[in-house]
Write a protein that binds this ligand. Structure first.
Ligand code: PLP
Length: 441
């Protein structure tokens, strides 16, 4: 084989070479087919090779692909911002376009700090996040992330932001049970704010449903209502990191809408352009924009490719497609169907501890045995076996050793049909049977 100079995630691993994709299927150069059971990195949410999106790419490229945002605005960028202001709840009206989820959360962090500065408050510089979390790979985003593996090499460069426990009922950090726990995980936020001094905290950031770091951890009822009240009581902004959960992934436009709670800032990415071009956004509420509009009138962030018309046109076409095919409702329905099938499948395997999620963001957590819930390192083996059987699933075992278990995410494109869900589960079962045989040879 010819020598490769491409820096891949694992340098000495052999990756199949992709040829093309159609719908929920990907085909490699050897004509092996894979069900894209994870939408790549929970990104390709409308499936592959959609003709409407390919047309939008070409149409925009025939006009203009790139202009610099300090020199021009463009119709696609303006229309996309307007569309997002209509699609997101409450006064989330303003869009700052970037290229990746990490940039979106880091911009959210900067805007939150700037919001206080514009009002003459220069001490509110810290962001509280949760231990089990992933907000991105750049140093600011990583400072807010609880992803031990991705942090450890760079700890000296990271901000020492405070963290609080995640609402992880399967392994309650307080060893309690909902609802008698009185949502201690939420009230820990208030204790932490008091410990640090609310004059030092700009915002609290959370993924409404924890994705890569925890395997679709869904909080109990009442959690976000309490979080929001704590933030308001203590003059702290609430940032919802919807990079993974946004744009219909969980059965609502934003996952936080499941709890009717209004964030001050939202980070979007992944599904925004469904993988067709890099695109992400920080969506800012009127409330947060107001002092900036009255004050410096400049958001101190931005990237060369921010708001480029090519990606904006693609993202608009993706949102139109989602609307036209009613993919959010469809994803919600298919998610229920898939969740039910996976929960049934779990009964057949001793090493499946929990199946959870909302919409088409579903996590499966592995254990040594169901009762003791002792974590087992199994995600890598399951992913490998699933791939051999033509199914792609996503790793989500990133939390601190002993705090989170090993899990995978199943998050196929929202366009998946019932028959394709059945085939996905069949392929997963074949993989799990082989994993079981390897555990009990
Ligand atoms: N935030 C969340 C919740 C994510 O899941 C991710 C990526 O997985 C990011 C931020 C970072 O996004 P990106 O990889 O596009 O930088």
């Amino acid at each position: 084989m010819e020598r490769s100079y491409l820096i891949k995630p694992i340098l000495d691993a052999v990756y199949p070479t992709i040829d093309y994709g159609k719908g929920v299927y990907l085909y490699d150069k050897n004509q092996k087919d894979y069900i894209d059971g994870s939408s790549g990195a929970v990104t390709a949410s409308i499936g592959h090779g959609v003709p409407e999106i390919i047309k939008a790419i070409n149409d925009q490229a025939n006009k203009v692909s790139f202009v610099y945002r300090s020199q021009f605005t463009s119709e696609p960028a303006e229309r996309l911002a307007k569309k997002l202001s209509e699609l997101t709840p409450g006064d989330l009206h303003w869009s700052f376009f970037v290229n990746s989820g990490s940039e979106a959360t880091e911009t959210a962090m900067k805007i939150a700090i700037q919001y206080w500065q514009e009002q003459g408050i220069f001490t509110k510089n810290k962001i509280i996040s949760r231990f089990i979390s992933y907000h991105g790979i750049t140093l600011g985003a990583l400072s807010m992330s609880g992803h031990v593996g991705r942090r450890e090499r760079f700890i000296p460069l990271l901000e020492e932001f405070p963290s609080v426990s995640a609402p992880y009922c399967y392994r309650c950090p307080f060893k309690l049970t909902y609802p008698s726990c009185d949502l201690l995980c939420a009230s820990e936020l208030e204790k932490t704010i008091q410990r640090m001094g609310k004059q030092t905290i700009a915002a609290f950031i959370a993924e409404p449903i924890i994705g890569a770091a925890g395997g679709a951890i869904v909080p109990p009822e009442g959690y976000y209502q309490e979080i929001k009240e704590i933030c308001e009581r203590n003059d702290i902004l609430f940032i919802a990191d919807e990079v993974m959960t946004g744009i219909g992934r969980t059965g609502k436009m934003l996952a936080i809408e499941h709890w009717n709670v209004q964030p001050d800032i939202v980070a979007l990415g992944k599904g925004m352009s469904a993988g067709y071009t890099p695109m992400a956004a920080t969506i800012v509420s009127d409330r947060v924009m107001e002092p900036i509009l009255q004050g410096s009138k400049v958001i101190m962030s931005g990237h060369t490719y921010s708001a480029n018309p090519q990606s904006a046109a693609v993202s608009l076409a993706v949102l139109d497609y989602i609307e036209k095919l009613q993919l959010i409702d469809r994803g919600h329905m298919m998610g229920n169907y898939l969740l039910h099938k996976l929960a049934t499948l779990a009964n057949e395997f001793s090493f499946i501890g929990d199946v959870r999620g909302k919409g088409l963001l579903i996590g499966i957590e592995f254990v040594y045995d169901k009762e003791k819930k002792i974590p087992i390192k199994l995600a890598t083996v399951v992913i490998q076996k699933a791939m051999e059987h033509g199914l792609l699933v996503y790793p989500s075992s990133a939390g601190e050793e002993g705090i989170t278990g090993d899990a995978i995410l199943i998050s196929p494109p929202l366009v998946i049909t019932k028959e394709e869900v059945d085939e996905l589960v069949t392929r997963l079962k074949r993989a799990l049977v082989e994993v079981e045989a390897s555990l009990h040879p």
